[in-house]
Design a protein around this ligand. Sequence first.
Ligand code: HEM
Length: 492
Amino acid sequence: MAFSAFSLCLVALAVVLLLVRRWPWCSCHVCRAYLTGSWSKDFTNLGDWYAHLLRESPTGTVHVHVLGCTVTANPANVEYMLKTNFDNFPKGKTFAALLGDLLGGGIFNVDGDAWRHQRKMASLELGSVAVRSYAFKIIAQEVESRLMPLLAGAADAGEVVDLQDVFRRFAFDTICKISFGLDPGCLEKEMPMSKLADAFDTATRLCAMRGAAASPLLWKMKRLLNVGSERELRNAIKLVDELAAAMIRERRKLGVANSHDLLSRFMASAGDVDVDDKYLRDIVVSFLLAGRDTVSSALTTLFMLLSKNPAVAAAMRAETAGDEGSTPVITYEHLKGLHYTHAVLYENMRMFPPVQFDSKFCAAADVLPDGTYVSGGARVMYHPYAMGRMPSIWGADHGVFRPERWLTGAGGTFVPESLYRYPVFQAGLRVCLGKELAITEMKAVAVAVVRAFDVEVVGESGSAACAPKFVSGLTASVSGGLPVRIRRARNN
Ligand code: HEM
């Protein structure tokens, strides 16, 4: 009884502090629409509303005063934050606190020297030929031995499957094998629930919920009291910790000399230095987070777009077909030469970036290149989802799925856009370390599936006019999943 009364007092105190901090609430039209939720009358997703506001703004930047946040879609500002004045825009303690219990001191969640050290080590390993060819082998195996048989089974049975769920399982198996050398087997025929996948899902969902709370005080109080979602989060992280510890112990027993998974490489590169298990756990858990939901999110929206644009799927199929109807084996080199498919992947992520926005913390007061003043300690968010919808970057047809916009090189070859105009993989000093790996993985899946099957999204989300609704979280996922019907392609 006394404990409940104490908890109630603390929560009441948190609410009072929150009101004091935000009082008086800003009454500008942006803050009103945000606070009352009235934006949702006209827009499907918060990101669509931000895109609208940013298009209307002469600088491509707006303030949401009640959040203490500046939101920008201006490429000059993005370049300034991510490269020119990088040191003044760290992730900051607020972000680190949201994910800190799950990610610890892993690369994703740290700034300064701790980040620099891990970045150097991780980019050496991910750039090495041995790790790249190991990763490609894993991807090819997972596609051939699990993904394709599963889809073929669904095609023959005429079943509707949730392709988003299939891709999440595929991406989790793949990234676990690449990171730990461990196979959780989530994409086995009977679709088992993996304890690690389940705990990881719960932990990332609840960390994202922390970010959506009106004030950090609320979740911090719940954590202190170990109640509700914070209790659930603690239990999920405990399970992730136990499973990661078991994998690290196993790897130490087996030895690392001839293994090319990232955990083994990090252990081997430490040489004689006795790296502790917590350090290894933190790095590898960061990789799981970075490499799982991002890839499955991009594959989900890709097949949603292909279902609505069958001419694009047909052009991809034509590009991957061999001479005189032969079916070339998918090799790394073969994938690299597929410019049209490459453009399709980039165009998909322009419209539906897996990481829709990214926040930085402005350490000391600063002025962005478009003249926006940002006070010290404020949040600045750049918004890839909105940036993909800016006529100032993509022209008047920004709403059209048109892979050809990327094929402006000699002979119709792919030409990349500046990453500051297309920060889907972030850009500058902290650009994604798994970009090449992710593109290879997505291409391998896209080519194999498009060659063998016609994929049709069913239900409401299949209609051409229906825009996807995303669930808020660290990575974009489509609300309700992606129900599809699969048929063998006519030439199969
Ligand atoms: C479509 C797939 C992917 C997308 C769109 C993507 C996007 C991003 C973005 C936006 C960031 C910056 C996040 C932040 O700092 O807040 C990032 C960082 C990172 N990504 Fe990716 N990523 C993808 C796949 C992968 C994969 C497969 C891996 C690993 C194998 C990976 C490894 C990393 C790492 C290690 C970082 C941290 C870099 C640093 O902080 O220095 N990513 N990624």
